[in-house]
Ligand binder design. Structure first.
Ligand code: ADP
Length: 160
C-alpha cells in the first residue's frame, strides 16, 4: 500500500489544493490530506473548521482521507506509514522555501521523499491568502473554491 501525505494549512482549501489531490490520487493507493494546526500563522478558520472543509470536499474520493496534525511532519508521516509527501509548486517564488523545507525534511528522515506537483495553469495564481483577501473585500471567489468553502468564507467574513 503506497501512502502519500499532503500537508498544509488549508486555510481554507481551494481549487488549487483539490487539483493537486486529483493528480496525486492517480499515483498512490492512499492520500492523506494532513491539516496542520499552524496556530503561529494565525489562521482565519480553526483547525476543526479547516478539517471539516477538506472532509466535505473529498467525500466522494474513496482513496483520500483527511486528518489533523501537529508537531514534526516527518514524525507524522512515519506514524501513518507514508512513503512520501506532496507539495505544490505554483511559481518560482514557492521554490526557495519548498526546496529548503524538502532538504531539511530529508535530513530528518531519509526514507521519506518529497514530491512536487504543478497545478493546472489556471490555478497557479491561487493561494488561500489571496482568496481570504478577496472574500474580506466582498469579491466573488466562486471560481476558486468549492461552493461549501465559499459559503464558509462568506459567513466568516460577515461575522467578523
Ligand atoms: P502551507 O501553509 O503549508 O504552505 P497551504 O495550505 O498554503 O499550506 O499549502 C499547502 C501546499 O499546497 C503547499 O505545498 C502549497 O504550495 C500548495 N498549494 C497551495 N495552493 C496551491 C495551488 N493553487 N496550486 C498548487 N499548489 C498549491
Amino acid at each position: 500500500m503506497r501512502t502519500v501525505i499532503y500537508p498544509g494549512s488549508f486555510d481554507p482549501l481551494t481549487n488549487g489544493h483539490l487539483d493537486l489531490i486529483q493528480r496525486v490520487v492517480k499515483l498512490f493507493d492512499h492520500v492523506i490530506v494532513a491539516v496542520a494546526r499552524n496556530e503561529g500563522k494565525n489562521p482565519l478558520f480553526s483547525l476543526a473548521e479547516r478539517l471539516e472543509l477538506v472532509r466535505v470536499a473529498i467525500k466522494s474520493m474513496p482513496k483520500v482521507s483527511a486528518d489533523a496534525f501537529d508537531g514534526l511532519l516527518m514524525d507524522y508521516v512515519e506514524k501513518q506509514g507514508g512513503q512520501a509527501v506532496i507539495r505544490g509548486l505554483r511559481a518560482v517564488s514557492d521554490f526557495e522555501f519548498e526546496f529548503q523545507l524538502a532538504l531539511m525534511n530529508r535530513k530528518l528522515n531519509e526514507r521519506i521523499e518529497t514530491i512536487f506537483m504543478m497545478p493546472k495553469d489556471t490555478y497557479t495564481f491561487l493561494s488561500s491568502r489571496v482568496i481570504k483577501e478577496i472574500a474580506r473585500l466582498g469579491g466573488d471567489v466562486s471560481a476558486f473554491v468549492p461552493p461549501h468553502v465559499r459559503e464558509a468564507l462568506t459567513s466568516k467574513v460577515t461575522a467578523k
